[in-house]
Design a protein around this ligand. Structure first.
Ligand code: HEC
Ligand code: HEC
Ligand code: HEC
Ligand code: HEC
Ligand code: HEC
Length: 474
C-alpha cells in the first residue's frame, strides 16, 4: 500500500531533476515556515530579521519552488516526446485523466491535498506578512540606521502607540499598493546605500491628512481655547525658572469665534500656496478660495513665483512634527530641568549644558566632548561645589548625553535643527511664513500678524506670573 503511494509521489515529483529541485525547495521552506508559525504559540521573542526570513524570503522561495514544479513537468514531456517516447497520454494535446485508474486516482488525491496545504500556507503567510510589514518594528527597526532618527523621536511622542502606517499610508487598497511599490524602491535604495542622508522632509506625495490624521482627530468637532504654560530657565547662576502663559485660540470649524482651526480647517475655505524651496520654508504665493466663490491672492513682494509646486494646505502644513519631534539644545535642557532630570541647584547648568550640546553637532567624539566640557567647567570654576556634588553633575551629563542621542544622528547627518517645526514662530518661521508683511494682495492687504488672532499672551517670560496664581495652575 505505502509502496503504491510512494510510486505515485515518485512519478509526480521525481521524474526529472527540475521538478525534484522545485519540490525540495517548496517542502524545505514549508517546513521552516510552519516551524516559525508554531513559534507564535510560544512566548519566544524573535528578531525582526527572523520575521523577514520567515514571512518574506521563505515564502518567496516556497512560491518559486511551486512554479518550478510544472516547468519541470513541461520540460520532461517535451524531452520525452522529442526522444520518440510516445505513450498514449503524452501523444495527446493534454494528458488524459482517467480516474478509473487507481494510480491516477491516488495522484489526483495527492495533488488536491497538497494544493490545499499550499493555499493554506500561502494565505497564512500573506496575512502575517502584510501585518508584519505594517508593524512599527518593520518600519522603524529593519533598516535600523535609516529610520533611527524618526523612530527614536516617535518613541517619546504623543503618538508612540499609533502605527507608522496609520499616518504614512492610511486605509484602503490603492494607497496600500502605492506604498508597497514605493517600499520596493526604498528597499533597493537601502540595499545599494543610495538613500538620502538626512531623509528629506517634507515627504513628497504624503497622503492628504483627511485620510490619515482625520481618521482619529476631528477638529471640526472640537473647539475652544487652551492654556499653554511654557517653562524656561535663565542662563544665570540659579537657573531661574521663567514662564510664558499663552491662551491658544485653537477654535474649531463649528465655532462662530475666530481661532486657528476655525479658520484653517473650515471646509468652506481652501488655502493653496507655492513655496520657493523644497522644504516649504519660504512661501511666495498664497491663494484663498472660499465657498461663496471669492478668491484672494497674496504675492511676495520680493520673490519670483515658481511654477508647478502648488499645494493645498492641510493639517501637516502646521503639524509637520506631530510625532517626529526633535528638540533644539535650549528647549531640551529646559525640559530636562523642568522635569528635574537635571538638578536645578547645579550653578549655571542651563548655560553650560546648552553650550556643550550646541557644540556637539554630529562629529566623532561628541559624547566625550559633552562629558569633558561639563566636568572641566565645574572643576575649574566651581571646584568646591564639584567636589561635594560630583554625583549630581554626573547625572546631569548622563541626561545631556541622552538628549544628544535623541536628537543628533551622525550616520544620517541629522543634527540640531535639521528638521523644521512649523507650529509657532520661535526657532523656525512656522506661521510667519504666511502671516507676515511680505505677502500682499494687489490692493495692499496682508495676512494678519496680529498676536491676538492666534493666542492671547497672558504672561511672557515672567518668574511668577500672577495669572497662574489666579487660575491656580501649578
Ligand atoms: C502621527 C502620525 C505619524 C506617525 C505615527 C509616524 N509618522 Fe513619520 N511623519 C509624519 C509626518 C506628519 C511627517 C512629516 C511630513 C511632511 O512634513 O511632509 C513624517 C515624516 C517622516 C519621515 C521623513 C523625515 C522627516 O522627519 O520629516 C520619515 C522617514 C518617517 N516619517 C518615518 C516614520 C516611521 C519609521 C514611523 C514609525 C516608527 C513614523 N514615521 C510614524 C507623521 C507620522
Ligand atoms: C490612530 C489614531 C491617530 C492618528 C492617525 C493621528 N493621531 Fe494625533 N493623537 C492621537 C492620540 C490618541 C493622541 C493623544 C495622545 C495623548 O494625549 O497621550 C493624539 C495627539 C495629537 C496631538 C496633541 C499632541 C500634544 O502634544 O498634546 C496633535 C497635535 C495631533 N495628535 C496631531 C495629529 C496629526 C497632525 C496627525 C496626522 C499626521 C495625527 N495626529 C494622527 C491619535 C492619532
Ligand atoms: C494653521 C495651522 C494649523 C492647521 C492647518 C491645523 N492645526 Fe491643529 N493646531 C494648530 C495649533 C497652533 C495648535 C495649538 C498648539 C499648541 O497649543 O501648542 C493646534 C492644536 C491641535 C490639536 C491639540 C488640540 C488640543 O486641544 O490640545 C490637535 C489634536 C490638532 N491641532 C489636530 C489638527 C488636525 C487633525 C488638523 C487637520 C484637520 C489640524 N490640527 C490643522 C495649528 C494648526
Ligand atoms: C500657507 C500660508 C499660511 C500659513 C503657513 C499659516 N496661515 Fe494662517 N492664514 C493664512 C491666510 C491666507 C489667512 C487668511 C487671512 C486673511 O484673510 O486676512 C489665515 C488666517 C488665519 C487665522 C484667522 C485670522 C482671523 O482673521 O481670524 C488664524 C487664527 C491663523 N491663520 C492661524 C495660523 C497659525 C497658528 C499658523 C501656524 C501654525 C498659520 N496660521 C499658518 C495663511 C497661512
Ligand atoms: C499666526 C498665528 C500667530 C501669530 C500672529 C503670533 N503667534 Fe505667537 N505663537 C503662535 C503659535 C502657534 C505658538 C506656539 C505655541 C506652541 O509652542 O505650541 C506661538 C508661540 C509664541 C510664544 C512662545 C514662544 C516660546 O516657546 O517661548 C510667544 C512669546 C509668542 N508666540 C508671542 C507672540 C507675539 C508677541 C506675537 C505678535 C507680535 C505673536 N506671537 C504672533 C502663533 C502665532
Amino acid at each position: 500500500m505505502l509502496n503504491r503511494w510512494l510510486a505515485v509521489i515518485a512519478t509526480l515529483f521525481g521524474r526529472n531533476w527540475i521538478t525534484l529541485f522545485g519540490s525540495a525547495l517548496t517542502t524545505a521552506s514549508a517546513i521552516c515556515i510552519i516551524g516559525f508559525l508554531l513559534l507564535g504559540f510560544t512566548d519566544t521573542e524573535v528578531s525582526p530579521y527572523l520575521d523577514i526570513m520567515a514571512l518574506l524570503i521563505l515564502p518567496a522561495v516556497f512560491v518559486a519552488g511551486l512554479l518550478v514544479i510544472p516547468v519541470g513537468a513541461w520540460w520532461d514531456r517535451r524531452r520525452r516526446r522529442c526522444e520518440g517516447e510516445t505513450q498514449p497520454a503524452a501523444a495527446a494535446q493534454f494528458p488524459v485523466i482517467d480516474l478509473n485508474n487507481p494510480s491516477t486516482r491516488r495522484a489526483a488525491f495527492l495533488v488536491t491535498v497538497l494544493t490545499a496545504v499550499n493555499l493554506l500556507i500561502i494565505s497564512t503567510v500573506t496575512y502575517h506578512g502584510v501585518h508584519f510589514m505594517d508593524s512599527v518594528m518593520f518600519c522603524g527597526t529593519v533598516c535600523h540606521t535609516v529610520m533611527e532618527p524618526e523612530h527614536t523621536a516617535y518613541l517619546g511622542s504623543p503618538h508612540s502607540r499609533v502605527k507608522c502606517v496609520e499616518c504614512h499610508i492610511g486605509p484602503g487598497a490603492p494607497w496600500f499598493v502605492r506604498s508597497k511599490l514605493s517600499g520596493l524602491g526604498q528597499v533597493i535604495a537601502v540595499t545599494l546605500g543610495t538613500y538620502h542622508r538626512p531623509i528629506p522632509t517634507p515627504v513628497e506625495n504624503l497622503r492628504p491628512s483627511q485620510d490619515t490624521c482625520e481618521q482619529c482627530h476631528w477638529p471640526e468637532k472640537f473647539t475652544g481655547d487652551r492654556v499653554r504654560v511654557i517653562t524656561k530657565f535663565l542662563e544665570d547662576e540659579e537657573n531661574t525658572p521663567i514662564k510664558t502663559v499663552l491662551l491658544m485660540h485653537i477654535g474649531g470649524g463649528a465655532s462662530e469665534r475666530h481661532g486657528i482651526h476655525s479658520w484653517h480647517i473650515d471646509p468652506d475655505i481652501r488655502t493653496n500656496y507655492i513655496p520657493t524651496d523644497d522644504s516649504r520654508q519660504e512661501i511666495a504665493y498664497v491663494r484663498v478660495e472660499k465657498g461663496d466663490g471669492t478668491v484672494q491672492e497674496f504675492k511676495a513682494r520680493d520673490a519670483e513665483i515658481p511654477t508647478g509646486k502648488e499645494r493645498v494646505m492641510d493639517c501637516i502644513d502646521c503639524h509637520n512634527r506631530p510625532t517626529h519631534i526633535f528638540q533644539m539644545p535650549d528647549e531640551a535642557v529646559d525640559e530636562a530641568l523642568a522635569k528635574r532630570r537635571i538638578d536645578r541647584s547645579i550653578p549655571y547648568i542651563k548655560k553650560v549644558g546648552t553650550e556643550a550640546l550646541v557644540e556637539a553637532r554630529g562629529d566623532a567624539g561628541d559624547l566625550k566632548h559633552i562629558v569633558e566640557r561639563v566636568q572641566l567647567y565645574y572643576r575649574e570654576n566651581h571646584p568646591d561645589f564639584y567636589a561635594a556634588n560630583k554625583g549630581q553633575v554626573d547625572k546631569a551629563t548622563d541626561e545631556l548625553v541622552r538628549i544628544y542621542k535623541r536628537n543628533v544622528f551622525p550616520d544620517m547627518k541629522v543634527t540640531w535643527g535639521t528638521y523644521p517645526n512649523n507650529i509657532g514662530h520661535l526657532h523656525w518661521p512656522g506661521c510667519t511664513r504666511c502671516h507676515n508683511d511680505n505677502l500682499v494682495t494687489e490692493t495692499g492687504e496682508t495676512i494678519s500678524g496680529d498676536c491676538s488672532i492666534c493666542h492671547t499672551v497672558l504672561a511672557w517670560d515672567e518668574t511668577e506670573p500672577k495669572i497662574l496664581e489666579d487660575l491656580q495652575i501649578q
